[in-house]
Design a protein around this ligand. Structure first.
Ligand code: PCO
Length: 200
């Protein structure tokens, strides 16, 4: 048998996708995003408190378990009990944050970890990929902090799926809208297949 041939009978493992939403109006598309990824991998979701303003829970597939800050410490009573942000980062093959708000971008770039999502990022094993799809008002996107923060997260090894120009939630027209869920899905899937992190 050739070394490269796989003659095992085991079903190929589905990629374990950790999908996260932070507080931007674009979180209204989170259900759509979860549906795209659920057809391909095993999906678990992490939501921040602010993202919950925009997420309609009824749009999330039933198979997707949703974790929020309240879950982080509710199961922890004593040393030896599991810590949720560590369990989730061990479980995941990849983390995708879509939308990534200006605030969560700044927190990640500054190393802050004050909620479930930022604790996962701070505790991340960077041999595994993270993708982010920012979404924010054009002036926030054009603010000099954004470039500084993007440079910093790029150095950490986080991959960017850039925002696009269109009419935003507030009526402004310009860059800052989250990339379409279908584009986020195809970008991540292509990456995982090309880097052989998942079988095709
Ligand atoms: C706030 N921010 C935004 C967020 C970025 N906008 C978007 C799109 C949505 C509609 O297609 C809201 C998803 O425009 O990602 O608008 C203040 S202006």
């Amino acid at each position: 048998m050739m070394a490269s041939e796989d003659k095992s009978f085991a079903a190929p493992k589905k990629p374990r996708i950790l999908l996260a939403a932070s507080g931007s109006v674009a979180a209204m598309k989170f259900g759509n995003l979860c549906n795209c990824f659920s057809e391909w991998g095993e999906v678990r979701a992490v939501v921040t408190k602010s993202s919950l303003h925009f997420i309609d829970r009824t749009t999330l597939p039933k198979s997707v378990v949703v974790y929020s800050d309240d879950d982080e410490w509710s199961s922890w009573k004593r040393i030896g009990d599991s810590v949720l942000h560590i369990e989730l980062r061990r479980w995941a093959d990849i983390l995708i944050i879509a939308p990534l708000s200006a605030n969560t971008l700044a927190k990640i770039a500054g190393g802050l970890c004050d909620n479930l999502l930022t604790c996962i990022v701070r505790a991340w094993d960077y041999s595994k990929p993270i993708f982010v799809a920012p979404a924010m008002n054009t002036l926030m996107w054009n603010n000099p902090f954004t470039e500084r923060h993007l440079l910093t997260i790029d150095e950490l090894g986080i991959s960017l799926i850039p925002p696009v120009s269109k009419r935003l939630a507030c009526g402004d027209i310009g860059n800052g809208a989250m990339a379409e869920p279908s584009l986020i899905f195809s970008t991540v899937r292509l990456y995982m297949e090309q880097s052989k992190l998942v079988s095709q």
